[in-house]
Design a protein around this ligand. Structure first.
Ligand code: ASP
Length: 439
């Protein structure tokens, strides 16, 4: 068996955390390829090393400030090195980093050093080989990740070593300059490594025991999801549930490699297993509930709309021309509604309205802002009677007016639109009916 293990920033924020990580890795000889993040926060008031690096780079023109800021970053690593009792000096690396900062090597280069240095420390501590991600993660001239080139290079390089640490978050462009993924991108590196070595499992170690059924800021101590499919996860992440970077799913999905979200501080917890498909039924009919506030509905009415071929295309073209992506388009016989992110829409509002008037001459056009969307997601809803009924009964019981309903034909999710101020209560009501009452 081959496992790829990725550890997030909070799992590697201090010497104590490094010790836990080492114990986890040594507890299973299949954990052969390790992808670290940069040291994260040690407490809620702490600063992530990645943020310290961005900040430090912005002071690159001021020699004194640079000296101070680099010293603070080096101190974070030194504390870990000393705490682990390692004989390791990063002086050379920090000298080079300073030089490159002064030459304006770019903020991607700056941010990537967090993972790079942490990789060196972790490799030394575990006595694993260190492989610089710049050697094996490739971006093209335009800075777009090159999946196929990376896969070939990574596979060939990893075949030469039995065990290795590959820092997360960055790679290199053809001219050698460093490029990072978006924030949280070490998850993506982990999944790329897992794909390249045809791993049996990709373990993503973090500070929570898996995906929760819903947001713990809304529901106290929600239950953990035991098993979730890639598609369900995509729906939930899209609607704001975080834990794993959304782009980390794609490379694994191609290979059907399962992901296990695990907690470094509670390794005994089973965590959440993310799979391509499963016959395991979810515990509660629904798998998860996620949602976001801040949507806006553009309601268009026109008599005889139903017989006007091309109506929808003309309306949507106006959004396309204004560079606005739409979320949902519920429609009736003579009504057509487009739901968009309010923040994206606001700047272009008047252009869109006049564009729609020109394109389809509606009878009325009105805007409704302050909407929240809630996605109730679950493979268990398919072929299961009454799910929608239970959702709406719960919402009605909580005296919440439903503004919009959208159920895709996949029956994997039901999207409900409510007013922003009803959002939290609506999520609680749905959680209660499916989870709380079933415990
Ligand atoms: N260190 C990077 C960040 O803070 C990447 C990661 O942790 O995944 O975004």
């Amino acid at each position: 068996m081959k496992k790829v293990v990725k550890f997030g920033g909070s799992s590697l924020a201090s010497a104590e955390q490094f010790r836990k990580v080492s114990e986890i890795i040594h507890a299973d000889k299949d954990r052969r390829y390790v992808v670290p993040s940069a040291p994260g926060k040690r407490s809620s008031k702490d600063t992530k090393v990645t943020d310290m690096l961005y900040d430090c780079y912005s002071a690159a023109g001021d020699a004194d400030a640079l000296t101070k800021k680099i010293a603070a970053i080096q101190a974070r690593y030194q504390e870990i090195i000393d705490g682990l009792g390692l004989e390791l000096s990063l002086d050379e690396q920090f000298k080079e980093i300073r030089e490159r900062f002064e030459q304006h090597a770019g903020s991607d280069y700056a941010a990537s050093r967090g993972e790079y240095l942490n990789g060196i420390v972790l490799a030394a501590y575990l006595e694993y080989d260190f492989i610089d991600a710049a050697e094996v993660i490739c971006f093209d001239e335009d800075g777009v990740f090159d999946a196929e080139k990376t896969d070939g290079k990574m596979r060939a390089r990893l075949a030469e070593v039995e065990r290795a640490v590959i820092p997360g978050f960055y790679g290199a462009m053809p001219d050698g300059s460093i490029k990072t993924f978006s924030r949280g991108g070490s998850d993506i590196t982990g999944s790329i490594v897992a794909r390249a070595v045809h791993a049996d499992l990709y373990e993503n170690w973090t500070d929570v025991s898996g995906f929760l059924v819903t947001d713990p800021h809304i529901v106290q101590n929600p239950e953990t999801i035991e098993t979730i499919t890639y598609r369900e996860l995509r729906e939930l992440s899209y609607m704001g549930a975080t834990v794993l970077h959304a782009d980390a799913i794609f490379p694994l999905r191609k290979e059907g490699i399962p992901i296990n979200i695990k907690n470094t501080n509670r390794p005994q917890d089973p965590g959440t297993l993310i799979v391509e498909s499963t016959c395991r039924q979810p515990r509660f009919t629904i798998t998860g509930i996620a949602g976001k506030k801040g949507f806006c509905a553009i309601n268009i009415e026109k008599d005889q709309m139903n017989s006007e071929i091309g109506f929808g295309r003309k309306v949507l073209q106006v959004f396309e021309e204004n560079g606005i992506s739409f979320e949902h388009v519920p429609s009736g016989i003579d009504t057509f509604t487009v739901i968009v992110h309010q923040s994206e829409f606001m700047e272009k509002e008047q252009n869109v309205i006049s564009g729609i008037h020109r394109a389809v001459q509606p009878d009325t056009l009105d805007l409704e802002s302050g909407l929240a969307l809630i996605a109730v997601v679950g493979r268990g809803m398919r072929a299961n009677r009454g799910t929608a009924g239970r959702i709406f009964a719960a919402l009605s019981h909580a005296r919440i007016n439903v503004k919009m309903i959208d159920q895709g034909s996949s029956e994997l999710n039901i999207i409900i639109g409510v007013r922003n101020e009803d959002f939290e209560n609506a999520v609680r009501a749905i959680y209660d009916i499916f989870v709380q009452t079933q415990l």
